[in-house]
Design a binder for this molecule. Structure first.
Ligand SMILES: *Cc1c(COP(=O)(O)O)cnc(C)c1O
Length: 401
C-alpha cells in the first residue's frame, strides 16, 4: 500500500487502526490458483481464524474461496457471509462431540482428528461423510509453538494408529470422504512438505470413497526483506504432478484441497499506530506507541518479527529504537530496531498485520479494540467500528453493595 493512502486512512479513522489491502489478498489467491492449475479440481478453503471479519469472508467468497473453520461460531459467521454449508470444512481440535454434531447438522463437512470422537460420531451418524485428520509426524514448523505434526502433538490421528482407525471405520460402517493433514505453520522446505504428502498418499489407499485430499496449510510468507518464503509455484508444480499420478493409481479424480490463512492475508495487513512519547533511558531509546499487546500480540506471544516503518518520516535517517506499547506489563514490539528517525506524534506502521493480529486482540487494561478498514478499489471502507467505552461494560453485571 502507498504511504499516502495509509496516512489518509489515519486522518479519517484515527489510530490505532488495522488496514487490509484487498488487492494483495486477491493476488495471493490467484497465485495459489495458478500454481495448481494442472490439477483438475482445486479447493481453497480460507482459514477463517487468521482474519475473521465478515466482510473479509465475503471478499474471499467473491474470489471463489471456500472456508476452513475451527469453531461453531466461525461456521455461523461463514454461513452469514453466504458460504454454502458444503463449502465449509470444520477442522476443530478438542471440541465436544456435541459441537461437532451441531455443525454437522448444518450440512458442513466435518473433519475429525480424534479416535474416540470418531467412534462416537460414526456410531450415531454412520451415513454422514467425514474427513479424517492424519498426523504424519513431520516436523515442518518454523516455531515449536506452531508446529503441529510432531509425535507429541495434540493435533490429528497418528499414522501409527491407522490400524485402529480402520477398525473403527469398519465397525461403525462410516463413510470417509476425505483425508487431511496440517503439519503446522511456516513450512520452509518444500521437500519436507512433499515427504509428508507421500505419507498421506500411502494412507489414502486405505479409503475407498475419497472425494478429496486436504493438504492443510503452513505456507510461509516473508516477514522481512530477504526472508525465505514457501515457493508456491514450485510446490504447485511438484505436488500437482504427484497428485495427478496418485489419482490415476487411485482410479478416480479427487479434489486437491488447501486451507491457507496466513498466505492469503498476512501481507495484506497494516497496523497503524501513533508514537505517544520517545523516552531515553541510560541504554535505550524507547518509542512508546498508542497500542499494546492487547491489540497486536504476535511479537510477545510468538516472538514474531514485524517490519516497522515510520510513515511520517519515510526518508529519515535510521536510528535504533525499542518499540514498546502502553500496557502495564512488558510489552515489546521490537528490540533495538533500526527505524527512520522518530518524533513524538509520528505514525509507525507494522507490516504483515493481516493474519492472527486483530483476531487475537483483546480488552486487557480495559482498552478498546481498534477499527478495521478494507482498502478496496482505491477506497477506504470501514469494516469494523472502533469499540466504544460501553462495549467494555457490555455483559458485565454490576452488583450494588
Ligand atoms: C490455522 C489452520 C490453518 C491455517 O494455517 P496458516 O498457517 O495460517 O495458513 C489451516 N488449517 C487448519 C486446520 C488450521 O488450524
Amino acid at each position: 500500500m502507498k504511504i499516502q493512502n495509509l496516512i489518509s486512512i489515519n486522518k479519517q479513522f484515527g489510530s490505532p487502526v488495522y488496514v487490509y489491502d484487498a488487492n494483495k489478498i486477491e493476488n495471493q489467491y490467484n497465485r495459489l490458483v495458478t500454481a495448481f492449475s494442472k490439477v483438475k479440481s482445486l479447493r481453497i478453503h480460507y482459514a477463517a481464524k487468521a482474519l475473521s471479519n465478515i466482510s473479509i469472508l465475503k471478499f474471499m467468497k467473491k474470489l471463489g474461496s471456500r472456508l476452513d473453520t475451527v469453531s461453531i461460531e466461525e461456521v455461523k459467521i461463514g454461513l452469514l457471509a453466504g458460504f454454502k454449508p458444503n463449502n465449509i470444512i470444520f477442522t476443530p481440535n478438542g471440541v465436544s462431540i456435541d459441537e461437532i454434531e451441531k455443525v454437522s447438522k448444518l450440512g458442513v463437512q466435518i473433519n475429525i482428528d480424534n479416535l474416540s470422537i470418531l467412534e462416537q460420531f460414526g456410531r450415531r451418524n454412520p451415513i454422514t461423510p467425514v474427513c479424517i485428520r492424519i498426523n504424519p509426524h513431520v516436523n515442518a514448523g518454523g516455531n515449536s509453538n506452531i508446529s503441529v505434526g510432531h509425535i507429541d502433538s495434540k493435533f490429528g490421528i497418528s499414522i501409527h494408529q491407522i490400524p485402529l482407525l480402520l477398525r473403527i471405520i469398519k465397525n461403525t460402517q462410516m463413510n470417509v470422504n476425505g483425508i487431511h493433514m496440517h503439519t503446522g505453520s511456516d513450512i520452509l522446505d518444500i521437500e519436507v512438505f512433499l515427504y509428508a504428502s507421500e505419507i498421506l498418499f500411502e494412507n489414502a489407499l486405505n479409503f475407498k470413497n475419497l472425494e478429496f485430499i486436504d493438504f492443510g496449510s503452513g505456507f510461509k510468507v516473508p516477514y522481512k526483506y530477504g526472508d525465505i518464503e514457501t515457493n508456491i509455484e514450485e510446490l504447485g508444480k511438484k505436488l500437482s504432478a504427484r497428485f495427478n499420478e496418485f489419482c490415476k493409481k487411485y482410479g478416480k479424480n479427487l479434489d486437491l484441497a488447501f486451507e491457507p490463512g496466513k498466505f492469503l492475508v498476512s501481507e495484506a495487513g497494516f497496523f497503524i499506530t501513533t508514537v505517544n512519547s520517545v523516552k531515553q533511558t541510560t541504554s535505550t531509546v524507547f518509542a512508546q506507541i498508542n497500542s499494546g499487546f492487547n491489540h497486536f500480540i504476535r511479537p510477545m506471544f510468538y516472538n514474531s518479527y514485524h517490519e516497522i516503518k515510520n510513515i511520517s518520516n519515510p526518508e529519515g535517517k535510521k536510528r535504533f529504537y525499542s518499540v514498546v506499547g502502553y500496557i502495564c506489563e512488558t510489552d515489546t514490539f521490537a528490540n533495538n530496531r533500526e527505524i527512520e528517525e522518530i518524533s513524538e506524534g509520528d505514525l509507525l506502521v507494522f507490516k504483515n498485520a493481516g493474519a492472527y493480529c486483530f483476531t487475537m486482540s483483546n480488552n486487557y487494561n480495559s482498552r478498546l479494540k481498534p477499527p478495521e478498514v478494507l482498502w478496496y478499489n482505491n477506497k477506504a471502507l470501514l469494516i469494523r467500528e472502533k469499540e466504544k467505552f460501553e462495549d467494555i461494560l457490555n455483559k458485565q453485571i454490576e452488583l450494588n453493595f
